[in-house]
Write a protein that binds this ligand. Structure first.
Ligand code: ATP
Ligand code: MG
Length: 151
C-alpha cells in the first residue's frame, strides 16, 4: 500500500504511548518531514514497530524512556527503537529470534516468546534487515533497515 510514513509513525507512537502510560514510561521520537509517500505493506510494518515498541516498554523499568527514531537515506528506511531496560544477556542473544525463546532475566514479565520471531519474518518479507545491540541492565536498541520505495 501507499503510505505517508510520517503520519503512519506518529499514529503507531500514539498507540504505544497509551500502553506505556500505564507503566509510567515516556516515549520520545524523532520523525523527519517527508514530502513523498512510500510503498510498503502497512500490516507488516505495523506488526514490526508495534512488537518492538511493546517489548521496549515491557522490558523497561517504570519511569524510564523509550526512544523511537526514523531516518531516511536515498535507499533505505531505518527505524530504531531504543530502551534503557533490563537488556539481554550476551550469551543468549543468538537465540533471540527463535520462536518461544525467552531470556533468563525476564523475571515475572509475561510473554510467549513469539513476538520477535514474527518480527523477523515480517522484516524478511519486506526484504529488510534487523539487528540489535544490548547490554544487561543498560538497555537495548533494535534497528530495522528496509528498502525505500518512493511512490
Ligand atoms: P511475546 O510473544 O508476547 O512478544 P516475548 O516478549 O517474551 O513474548 P519476544 O518479543 O519474541 O517474546 O522476545 C523474546 C525475548 O527477547 C523476550 O522474552 C526477552 O527475553 C527478550 N527481549 C526482547 N526485547 C527485549 C528488550 N527490548 N529488552 C530486553 N529483552 C528483550
Ligand atoms: Mg514481545
Amino acid at each position: 500500500s501507499q503510505l505517508d510514513l510520517q503520519d503512519f509513525c506518529s499514529e503507531i507512537i500514539k498507540g504505544s504511548k497509551i500502553s506505556a502510560k500505564y507503566r509510567n514510561i515516556n516515549i520520545t521520537s524523532i520523525i523527519p518531514e517527508i514530502d513523498f509517500e512510500i510503498f510498503s505493506d502497512e500490516n507488516l510494518l505495523r506488526h514490526i514497530l508495534d512488537n518492538l515498541l511493546t517489548n521496549a516498554v515491557k522490558y523497561s523499568p517504570p519511569g524510564s524512556t523509550v526512544h523511537f527514531e526514523l531516518k531516511l537515506t536515498e535507499e533505505f528506511i531505518i527505524f530504531s527503537i531504543q530502551d534503557w531496560g533490563i537488556g539481554i544477556p550476551n550469551q543468549e542473544q543468538q537465540q533471540l529470534f527463535q520462536p518461544f525463546y525467552r531470556a533468563s532475566n525476564i523475571g515475572m514479565i509475561p510473554g510467549t516468546g513469539l513476538g520477535l520471531s514474527i518480527v523477523a519474518k515480517c522484516v524478511d518479507a519486506l526484504q529488510g534487515e534487523i539487528e540489535f545491540d544490548s547490554q544487561v541492565d543498560l538497555g537495548t536498541i533494535f534497528i530495522v533497515k528496509l528498502p525505500l520505495i518512493k511512490v
